[in-house]
Write a protein that binds this ligand. Sequence first.
Ligand code: FAD
Ligand code: NAD
Length: 426
Amino acid sequence: MGRAFVYVILGGGVAAGYAAHEFVKRGVSHGELCIISEEPVAPYERPALSKGYLLPEDPARLPAFHCCVGTNEERLTPKWYKEHGIELVLGTRVKSADVRRKTLLTATGETITYKILIVATGARALKLEEFGVSGSDADGVCYLRDLADANRLVNVMQSSSGGNAVVIGGGYIGMECAASLVINNINVTMVFPEAHCMARLFTPKIASYYEEFYKSKGVQFVKGTVLTSFDFDSDQKVTAVNLRDGTKLPADMVIVGIGIRPNTSLFEGQLTLEKGGIKVNGRMQSSNNSVYAVGDVATFPVKIFSETRRLEHVDFARKAARHAVAAIMEPEKTTEFDYLPFFYSRVFTLSWQFYGDNTGDVVHFGDFSGNRFGAYWVNKGQVVGSFLEGGTKEEYEAIAKITRLKPAIEDLVDLEKQGLGFALTL
Ligand code: FAD
Ligand code: NAD
């Protein structure tokens, strides 16, 4: 049993949705394109799951956040795929791939053949078991990667109202979920091993601003330690979290956000891997000419920094997906991908954006006791990264622009004095 398509997108997340949109814009014919996804729903904007989806009132629900509403474009509902002759094979896991034969074998036993494959399998949440702690499947312990996780989290939050939550991890999931828990009237303690939150990106000074803001909302921080075990009641429901330093934190629920691992296993030994992802060139093409990779699973050349990186952010997933489709459909018109890394988050009333790279010396600016401040990173005499909290659209555009331009900086003190004005006047 099997079907054959010209183009197959493996994975049905953010990158898949944006790739499908681009295929249609570039005139793909009916019956040529197929998307295979383990998830039971058409591609959606995953960032909604830790934000609007968790609101106690008027929460975001599908179909409202199918791709491509995240970039204010048309919403790709299942009807849209049907109207454009795109086959959506949902709720179906691909269990093996053969890039030499150009086939994918699904868990339902179907062999799907492609001429061109776009791998958009994203990533999976790391489990506590991988750090030697058991209990991930227990009642009250939540992860957040897909819609099923989000539905479970909403149910657990509703039954924990007024109670205590422990958030494990001080990264994106930890910070965004902690804010959502507070909004849902749950007492939150965050636990993470680093000295401050968002250690991969924030400076201690930036982190301190957010930690103080969270504390003003009642969030407590336990830093520099990790959990070693859970306590459970007789129904195997979590009741407490035990930390390495001996502390026991009572818990009606736990959210774990301790990082991700890209879903590359189908291609190990078949495609070149690097930095944990599938290595692609500036056309998002892997070591096999017929296979492209985009989104969280791809390690690509960041032209502006002359090195390869894997990025775990939605803007990259969207743009890389569009770029891969352009390279496939109009190869001669498509140049090398030239992407400026862009990350953002929104929590409570706060909102920040970051562009570029956080290496080198840091110059902070603005009002850290108010609500508009930022930082530049200066490496080898050039601005390589910019961060801004509380900016306007024009201000965010300005910091993006200077990061792309990489202006030379002679005097860090002067840059600090100019602050945001430096980006606005350049
Ligand atoms: P995904 O969107 O994860 O999609 C992968 C798809 O592949 C899934 O549908 C999965 O089921 C499917 N799949 C995997 N393996 C198989 C298989 N073997 N067979 C069939 N299907 C398979 N980034 C930001 O920049 N800003 C944000 O605010 C933000 N918020 C986020 C909030 C949450 C809760 C999460 C989890 C992530 C967030 N991100 C955010 C990150 C962003 O969502 C990801 O970078 C983006 O989704 C990556 O897109 P992708 O298509 O590569 O992977
Ligand atoms: P992350 O990499 O942002 O943070 C992981 C955190 O786990 C670290 O900060 C650390 O504090 C913690 N940690 C690591 N090992 C630990 C251990 N043994 N015990 C306790 N804590 C430990 O990953 P995440 O927060 O899990 O996010 C998952 C993915 O979702 C990432 O790809 C992220 O980019 C994406 N995401 C992005 C956004 C956004 O861009 N706004 C929002 C939500 C999720």
